[in-house]
Every structure is written in structure tokens, then in C-alpha cells.
Design a binder for this molecule. Structure first.
Ligand code: MN
Length: 432
């Protein structure tokens, strides 16, 4: 079954007997994302978000409600679930959707629900490798202008989905504070660099892509099969120290400016849940080269993009003390990606590089072409030259200690119930 095919689990008329799921901004019964939670500092367990509750899949498996799926539900990460192919993941989705929508199951299932507010969330998977791309073309052009005014988009951009290998070790789940890193920075007029806490701490709004079934070293993944290897999506904040980045990035690209911490949302929103929100990749502008053959696929161009809107919000410590709400800094469509996630994945494996279930890819910062859709402070403040005035009267060019950045996203399409990703948030802590 094609990855954009919808079925009864997406039916907008389907409701859950879990009351809080109805109209839930993120987790109606049409979503059913996987995550890893614990209660009272107990064991980590695999669960599914439904409204304000979490369905404990390990308890369901022990109660014979998920026969055939026991091993992947009884573990303490979702790697085995991600490794299922799309067909098997779809079958499990049908079973969980039935358990949560058919009132006949309520008597047996309700005791395995726990309130999400009483749970701690953890990284959903053991992340073997993490690669970040740069496919948000408006971000690439905006940043290119700041770093290289005469040459914003390098000649490879429209041929190669540009990426770099990041660090899996420093990825943390939403809620874990990010500590302002120290590092080398060189002021433009200084002769030599100094070592100091970054003065230009920034965030980046990205989608994370969870790898499903992997590929063996030396084999590639054809573009027409790429979607089978994508298990799901999350939100990703690729924290960035812009002063370190400017000094270190040539010739080998991002390093210590990026690898000190990355934040992801805890829930894996599956490819199956996103089937109704598949849209055509926007056509390339007149005069752009066509993708090379290994990145060209009619189905991918017709269905490979995602109708997801991403938002970033910021609150300062004094705003939160005064009870003020976070202020939204940007809102942008994920269709502002020059390459689809299938193209990104096919490119990554095109040289025989092996991907494994639980690996994470970042899309790169997603920015709209207009300022209220810029996905980083670097862009919003024009490289720190145009401060943002907060509702508290404070101003920001880059992040200060105590600031909290939170990302959200919603997938929406006519005739379907919108689904969300949950939160991806973290507070900035001072450098030690
Ligand atoms: Mn990035």
C-alpha cells in the first residue's frame, strides 16, 4: 500500500472513548504516535499518546492485547517498532486504533492508560547516528547572504541535498535544559580568537526524520523505495552558536557550533499517521536543474512533501515570572524544502552508506520566504542587527540565559482531522 494511502484509521468520523482525545490539538485517535515514558522514576516503557493520556503498550502486551507484537512493545525503546516495514506498522496501527476507538475494548484497555501529566518522557529510540541536512532553501539563501553576501547559494545546492554528520550523543528530549556552550570565537576586527560562552546562541526549526528499516553497507536505497525506510517524524531544534560557526565552519562545515545539544520532541509521529497530509513537492523555479536520475521519481514529486506548519515561540524568564505567554516568532510550511525527505534519504544511502532503524535525520532549518516565517534568530534579526522587541519590553538579538524556545507543528488537510507533534522545548541555562 502506498505511503499516501488513507484508510479507516484516518476517518475523521472515528472517535476514541478516551474523552480528552476528541479535538485534541496534537493527539486525536487519528495520530497514535509512539514514545517512551516512565512513571515515578520507574522503568521506561513504550507507549502511544492519546489525548491527555498515554496507552502503556507493554502493559497491553502483557495483557494479551497485542499478540504478535509483544517483543517490540515490551522493550524500553521504539527501535524494533521503527524497524518494522510500513505494512507491519500499518497493521499495528489498525490494532491500536481499534483498541482505542471501539467501546467494546474499553473494559480491558482503560486500565492501561496513564495520565501524560504524571509521566516523564525520554528519547524514544537509541539513536545510532544523526545527520543534519540543509534543504530549507529560504534559510540557506538567507544565511548564505549573511555569511557570503556575493555568493549566497553555492553552485552545488540545486544538485546535492547538502548535509553533515552530527552527533547522536548530545540529542536530548524536550524539557532538558540546554547549557550555553563555551568555545572559540573571533570578533571580525580582532586579530585572534578568544574562548568564551557563546554570545550568539540561536535555535533552528527543523523536522526530524526517524529511519525505519535500514540498508546494508554497500547497498543503496532507490528513490522509489525511500519512503519504506522512513518510520516517522518529530520536531528538532538544532541549537547553534553562531559566533563559533562563523569562525570554524570552513572548510569542513558545522562542528562545535552545533554538537553541544539538540532537542527533539518525544513522540514519533508515524509515516502512516501522516498519509492524509502528503502533498506534491512544489515545482522547481523556472531555470533550475532537474534532479539527477537517482533523485527523480514521479510518485515522490506527486506525494513526497508534507502539509505541516511549524512554529517557534520564545519566552524570557521575566515573561514567565509575570505570567505572560510565549510570543510566536515564526510560522512556516514544511513545503519550503527544496528536496523531499525521500530524496534526502536516497541521497544519504546513494554511496552505500548504511542507515539503521533509530537513526535520525534533520531536514535543516525550515524558513518561509517572508520574515514571519524565518526559522532562526540569525535570520529574524538579520544577523543580530535588528533586535526583536518582546512583549515585556526586553529586546533580543540572540538567546539570553533563562529564555525558553518551544517548537510546535500541525499537519492539516481538508477533510481530515489535524494532528500535532507535541512539544519540543528547552530553557537556556548559563555557561558553567
Ligand atoms: Mn540545522
Amino acid at each position: 500500500m502506498a505511503y499516501w494511502t488513507t484508510d479507516e484509521t484516518h476517518d475523521p468520523a472515528r472517535t476514541s472513548w478516551v474523552e480528552s482525545a476528541q479535538g485534541h490539538r496534537d493527539f486525536p485517535v487519528q495520530n497514535l504516535p509512539y514514545g517512551v515514558f516512565s512513571q515515578n522514576a520507574g522503568n521506561r516503557r513504550v507507549g502511544v499518546a492519546i489525548g491527555e493520556m498515554i496507552l502503556d503498550l507493554s502493559a497491553c502486551a502483557q495483557d494479551q492485547l497485542l499478540s504478535g507484537w509483544e517483543s517490540m512493545c515490551l522493550g524500553n525503546d521504539v527501535n524494533e517498532l521503527l524497524a518494522l516495514g510500513g505494512g507491519d506498522r500499518r497493521k499495528l496501527r489498525h490494532r491500536i486504533s481499534a483498541l482505542l476507538s471501539d467501546p467494546g475494548h474499553r473494559g480491558q484497555v482503560e486500565k492501561h492508560l496513564v495520565p501524560a501529566s504524571k509521566c516523564a518522557m525520554h528519547l524514544p529510540a537509541r539513536i545510532g547516528d544523526y545527520t543534519d541536512f540543509y534543504v530549507g532553501i529560504h534559510h540557506a539563501a538567507n544565511v548564505g547572504k549573511l555569511f557570503r553576501p556575493d555568493n549566497p547559494l553555492l553552485p552545488n545546492y540545486k544538485y546535492v541535498p547538502v548535509g553533515y554528520h552530527g552527533r547522536a550523543s548530545s540529542i536530548r528530549v524536550s524539557g532538558v535544559p540546554v547549557v550555553r556552550p563555551r568555545g572559540q570565537c573571533k570578533m571580525p576586527d580582532a586579530a585572534e580568537p578568544i574562548v568564551a560562552p557563546t554570545g550568539r546562541l540561536d535555535y533552528e526549526v527543523e523536522l526530524g526524520v526517524w529511519i525505519g528499516p535500514g540498508n546494508a553497507l554497500g547497498t543503496n536505497i532507490p528513490i522509489g523505495e525511500a519512503a519504506d525506510h522512513i518510520a516517522g517524524f518529530c520536531l528538532l531544534n538544532d541549537w547553534s552558536a553562531r559566533d563559533f560557526q562563523t569562525w570554524e565552519y570552513q572548510p569542513l562545515g558545522p562542528f562545535l557550533a552545533k554538537n553541544f545539544h539538540s532537542t527533539i520532541s518525544p513522540w514519533v509521529v508515524t509515516s502512516e499517521a501522516l498519509a492524509p497530509f502528503r502533498i506534491a513537492q512544489p515545482p522547481r523555479p523556472e531555470g533550475d536543474p532537474q534532479p539527477l536520475a537517482y533523485l527523480a521519481d514521479n510518485d515522490d514529486q506527486a506525494h513526497g512533501a508534507l502539509a505541516i506548519t511549524l512554529e517557534a515561540a520564545l519566552s524570557t524568564a521575566s515573561m514567565r515570572e509575570a505570567g505572560m505567554e510565549a510570543v510566536r516568532l515564526s510560522r512556516a510550511a514544511a513545503s519550503n524544502m527544496y528536496w523531499t525527505v525521500n530524496q534526502v534519504l536516497a541521497h544519504h544511502a546513494s554511496n552505500g552508506c548504511n542507515l539503521s532503524s533509530g537513526d535520525l535525520l534533520g531536514t535543516g532549518t525550515i524558513s518561509a520566504p517572508v520574515k514571519d516565517g524565518y526559522g532562526s534568530l540569525l535570520e529574524l534579526t538579520n544577523g543580530g542587527k535588528e533586535p526583536i522587541i518582546m512583549p515585556s519590553g526586553e529586546s533580543r538579538t540572540f538567546l539570553e540565559d533563562g529564555d525558553e524556545v518551544s517548537l510546535r507543528a500541525v499537519a492539516a488537510a481538508p477533510g481530515f482531522v489535524p494532528i500535532g507533534f507535541g512539544e519540543c522545548r528547552a530553557v537556556v541555562m548559563p555557561s558553567p
